[in-house]
Design a protein around this ligand. Structure first.
Ligand code: ADP
Ligand code: MG
Length: 394
């Protein structure tokens, strides 16, 4: 990915420097990277077998390291959560007991990937992680960590799997070791995302359709509310359970198979909350298909309208937004040249994504600063393929 190269190479240099400090002069044998993602539309639809429309980002996680002769593993992160130790040691043993989830919690993502690696047992190694994906920001730092680590293991001991099986193994790692019953979107797009394209993913068939994003007149803006979500809490699993319950009451395998007519017909048998959760999912799946068609046709006004409908539904029906995200979307929609804006990722904090005309970006950033003086522009990203992706943090 040429346009993420600069970012990745700076991170690799940082990780190499830390590796040198920790392990002496020896240079690491392997350096790999995997991207974070922004989801343009299709939220909380992946675990309902529906459609999603994410794109890989020039924000990446890198892993550098080397195979060692024994069974010992040492891993350090240059960019972990502040309240946890940044280094972990354990020994790989035949019964797998040292891979059980524990503390520090960031190491669980790595242990999960080792456990589900298709060519296990893996050899001992030393590794250093560095990332430009914000942690817990809804841009999928966790999947980029899992996929980067899986790629690292492939360099130490090749596996025989294809890309989809790699994404599935990384998803399993998040289920078993981070306790997040996530859908397949994040790991899938981190493995299969393409430069200058969004990816329409059918989360049931796992078919992916790349949609070009190369219009020079467009910009995608990611705004980080800096409100930290905690998806491992009870909310995400609760939403998933409510969807399963709704599908079962409707007599369907998943909400992917349900229509709004099915839902309206069954309304008396559903409590109000379950009805609203199901309505979001059924309508969001439809919106995502429509949005992908609109994007292909260059119908950005229509795409933007669907983004706003998605946000409103996530706020009112699915109840996973928060005040800061709602304010960011409202502020964005006041700016001329903005097509649409919505929260992105699981919610309860994290980022918004906005689609706008390239010539409106300065106006947009100024407006955000005026709207709330505490919102500060902290970073801009380079062009990712065809469309510039710009990030700001509030
Ligand atoms: P998101 O995937 O949206 O960023 P998650 O809550 O799913 O949010 O994952 C964030 C967690 O992933 C972090 O709290 C940390 O445990 C782990 N993580 C991600 N990237 C790194 C990293 N570079 N170093 C250490 N831990 C990381
Ligand atoms: Mg995550």
């Amino acid at each position: 990915m040429a346009s993420s190269f600069q970012d990745a190479s700076a991170l690799v240099a940082e990780a190499r420097r830390l590796y040198g400090q920790m392990f002496g002069e020896e240079a690491p044998q392997v350096a790999v990277c995997a991207p974070g993602r922004v989801n343009l539309i299709g939220e909380h639809t992946d675990y309902n077998q529906g459609f999603v429309l994410p794109m890989a980002l020039p924000l990446v996680t890198v892993v550098v390291g080397s195979r060692t002769s024994g069974q010992d593993v040492t891993i350090a992160t240059a960019t972990g959560d502040a309240d946890e130790p940044h280094r972990v040691n354990f020994s790989l043993c035949s019964d797998g007991s040292t891979l059980a989830p524990g503390l520090p919690s960031w190491a669980n993502y790595v242990k999960g990937v080792i456990q589900h690696y298709r060519a296990s047992p893996v050899p001992g190694f030393r590794a250093v992680i560095a990332s430009s994906v914000p942690l817990g920001g809804g841009l999928s730092s966790s999947a980029s960590l899992e996929v980067a680590f899986y790629t690292f293991l492939q360099q130490l001991k090749p596996d025989d799997g294809d890309k989809v099986s790699k994404a599935l193994a990384c998803q399993k790692a998040e289920h078993t070791h981070a306790g997040v019953p996530c859908g397949i979107m994040d790991q899938f797009v981190s493995v299969l995302g393409r430069e200058s394209h969004a990816l329409l993913i059918d989360c049931r068939s796992l078919e992916a359709t790349p949609i070009p994003l190369t219009d020079p007149g467009l910009v995608i803006l990611i705004t980080n509310s800096n409100v930290k979500h905690s998806l491992t809490g009870s909310e995400y699993p609760a939403r998933r359970r409510q969807c399963e319950e709704a599908a079962s009451i409707l007599g369907k395998d998943s909400l992917r198979d349900a229509t709004m007519k099915n839902l309206e017909d069954a309304k008396d048998r559903l409590d109000d909350v379950t009805y609203r959760r199901a309505r979001h999912v059924i309508e969001e799946i439809e919106r995502t298909v429509q949005a992908a068609e609109a994007l292909k046709r260059g119908a950005y006004e229509e795409f933007g309208k669907l983004m706003v409908e998605s946000h409103d539904s996530l706020r009112d029906l699915y109840e996973v937004s928060c005040r800061e995200l709602d304010e960011l979307v409202s502020a964005a929609m006041e700016v001329e040249g903005v097509f649409g804006s919505r929260m992105t990722g699981g919610g309860f904090g994290g980022c918004t994504v906005t689609l706008l005309q390239a010539n409106a970006i300065d106006r947009m950033i100024l407006h955000l600063q005026l709207w709330k003086q505490t919102w500060q522009i902290s970073s801009h990203l380079p062009v990712f393929g065809g469309i510039p992706v710009t990030t700001v943090a509030c």
